[in-house]
Design a protein. Structure first.
Ligand code: B12
Ligand code: SF4
Length: 514
């Protein structure tokens, strides 16, 4: 079959700091190709809706599949699906990905018949069966695992058996030089592990994968890395190097193969402290950037997000990360309960530390525990505002003041790490990029004020809402994980962790529970 896979356009975040290849779609494309299908891939982060229409007319695909990892992209995807059916009425349209899995029924409703199916869960094991079902019985996908149609839900989602089975189809992207993160310009993405064994209340990474944790083999990873052309590599794992043994094994395989890249990764403070040798080793292999989800600078905030880590451990982790001599970025979650004083305290703290501080807004997402506890308080049902840059819960400060304070706090990052200050300290790197025709990093330095603007953020709340997001049916006082999971939780059996690491996860998990 002739298949077109599409990643939707950028959200606020990707307009400045980074833009990454749609890795999920690339592995789905790879699995479809392995079954003999012809695949075209379009990334609307770097191409325009006009390119999409042109491709539809040129390719006349039998099937169009959209990737919906981000809730904020739902309206855009629904509109594109409707446009697709207008132009090519017999083309089958489906949607997959992280967020689509949690709001499958609503997406079908919004589509009013333009979306034939939402495919829940991991795409690799089911894309083949779906395409074959479309070829055989174009109006009935009811036997495809994870398929949700207006007629009902198919058999349970299927989990990929071996992460090494599909290498991302990186060759399908036409503008690979547009992907970057900070000075890693251009930058590719790679996955070492999948899933997270923790269960933070604001996060849906664990509910999607049923708290499983799977690893790729060092050989598979090295093979994948050796195919990457870009000098920068973003490791997309939720928490990198949870298991020291695996981190070391991958590192040794990379060193043996003589691969030299610059890496970005994200991890937890306690994992960093537990596996210091792994991170030191990776520094020698090219680890350049690290992101730590600190989330709060007080114990109360950490408990609220059920982060299972103490403040002192987080600060110790920051000290260690600094000692590695790499660029460290951290995230803090701004709560709608913050008043001016609280913002000021956080701002001062951000100014005092050398790290890049990213401030996001506490947002209950479908698929998280907070969605079930907080959803009735939401002030908007506009999907587009669920991008962790807008307030969707009632704020203590009047909303215009909340945004003023938020952007003022985010401005610290702009002052410290963007604009001329950044150019001075990275002049040689920037000049090198420009000589090679790479402009993403340099352009990023002056974009902050055009994207982060309290007035624009406030105005976003006044837009009319064509597709209102549904709320959960009833308040559930005790949310059983089974109600949240997309892939069924299999307990320890679903986690490839040695005994000591499993214990470490459980100890940190139990900390802070009442
Ligand atoms: C890497 C990553 C990013 C990258 C973006 C990469 C990209 N271009 O897509 C960056 C760093 C830019 C990013 C940014 C953001 N992210 Co992010 N990100 C992730 C992360 C850690 C991994 C995604 C990944 O690449 N996984 C590996 C690939 C192989 O898996 P995958 O993409 O999920 O694809 C699989 C399935 O979803 C499915 N699938 C996907 N697409 C399709 C399509 C079809 C047709 C089918 C059948 C199946 C299918 O099959 C794939 C293979 O199994 C996830 C967490 C997670 N564990 O999923 C968060 C996550 C997706 N991000 C999240 C958020 C909130 C954001 C931000 C809004 C804010 C932020 N600061 O993080 C921004 C906005 C980004 C934007 N669109 O502009 C949330 C999503 C919340 C939500 N419900 O919307 C997640 C779940 C993190 C979390 N713990 O809450 N992110
Ligand atoms: S440790 Fe990170 S990825 Fe894992 S559940 Fe918590 S926030 Fe999500």
């Amino acid at each position: 079959m002739n298949v077109l896979l599409v990643h939707p356009g950028p959200l606020m975040y990707t307009k400045i700091y980074l833009r990454l290849e749609p890795l999920g779609l690339e592995v789905v494309a790879s699995a479809a190709r392995a079954r003999g299908h012809r695949v075209t891939l379009l990334d609307l982060q770097v191409e325009s809706p006009r390119d999409y229409v042109r491709l539809l007319k040129e390719e006349r695909p039998d099937v169009v599949g959209f990737s919906c990892n981000y809730l904020a992209n739902v309206p855009e995807i629904v509109d594109l699906a409707k446009l697709t059916k207008q132009l090519l009425p017999t083309t089958r349209v489906f949607v997959g990905g992280h967020s689509a899995s949690f709001v499958a029924g609503a997406i079908l409703e919004h589509g009013e018949g333009a979306i034939d199916c939402v495919l829940k869960g991991e795409g690799e094991p089911v894309i083949g069966p779906l395409l074959e079902a479309i070829a055989d019985t174009p109006d009935d996908f009811s036997l495809v695992p994870g398929a949700v149609t207006r007629a009902g839900e198919g058999p349970a989602v299927r989990m990929l058996e071996h992460l090494d089975d599909h290498y991302p189809a990186r060759d399908l992207l036409r503008h690979r030089r547009k992907y970057f993160i900070g000075v890693l310009d251009p930058c590719a993405s790679i996955e070492f592990t999948r899933g997270c064994p923790w269960d933070c209340s604001f996060c849906s990474a664990w509910t999607f994968y049923g708290r499983s944790y799977r690893v790729r083999s060092p050989e598979g990873i090295v093979e994948d890395l050796s195919r990457v052309q870009e000098p920068g590599v973003f490791i997309v794992d939720d928490v990198a190097f949870i298991q020291a043994k695996q981190g070391m094994a991958i590192g040794e395989a990379v060193a043996r193969r003589g691969i030299r890249k610059q890496y970005y990764l994200e991890t937890r403070g306690d994992v960093l402290l537990r596996n210091k040798d792994v991170f030191r080793f990776w520094k020698t292999l090219g680890l350049a950037y690290m992101f730590i989800g600190i989330e709060a600078i007080d114990e109360e905030g950490l408990a609220l997000h059920r982060k299972r880590i103490t403040l002192s451990k987080n600060f110790e982790a920051l000290e260690f990360a600094r000692s590695l001599g790499i660029t460290v970025a951290i995230n803090l979650i701004a709560d709608p309960s913050w008043d001016r004083r609280r913002f000021e305290i956080v701002r001062q703290w951000c100014l005092e530390i050398p790290e890049i501080v990213n401030v996001s807004v506490n947002t209950p997402y479908p698929g998280t525990e907070t969605w079930h506890t907080e959803a009735r308080r939401v002030t908007t049902r506009d999907y587009r505002l669920y991008d962790i840059q807008h307030a969707v819960l009632p704020t203590i400060l009047p909303l215009p003041e909340f945004y003023e304070e938020l952007v003022k706090t985010q401005q610290v990052l702009n002052t410290k790490h963007l604009g001329w200050t950044a150019l001075k300290s990275t002049a040689r790197i920037a000049a090198g990029h420009l000589l090679r025709g790479q402009t993403n990093f340099v352009k990023m330095l002056w974009k902050f004020n055009s994207v982060y603007n309290p007035k624009l953020q406030l105005a976003d709340h006044a837009r009319s809402v064509t597709y209102p997001m549904p709320l959960p049916p009833d308040r559930v006082p005790d949310i059983a994980p089974q109600l949240l999971y997309i892939h069924r939780g299999q307990g320890r059996a679903g986690r490839v962790l040695d005994e000591a690491t499993e214990q470490f996860v459980e100890t940190t998990r139990m900390r802070n529970t009442g």
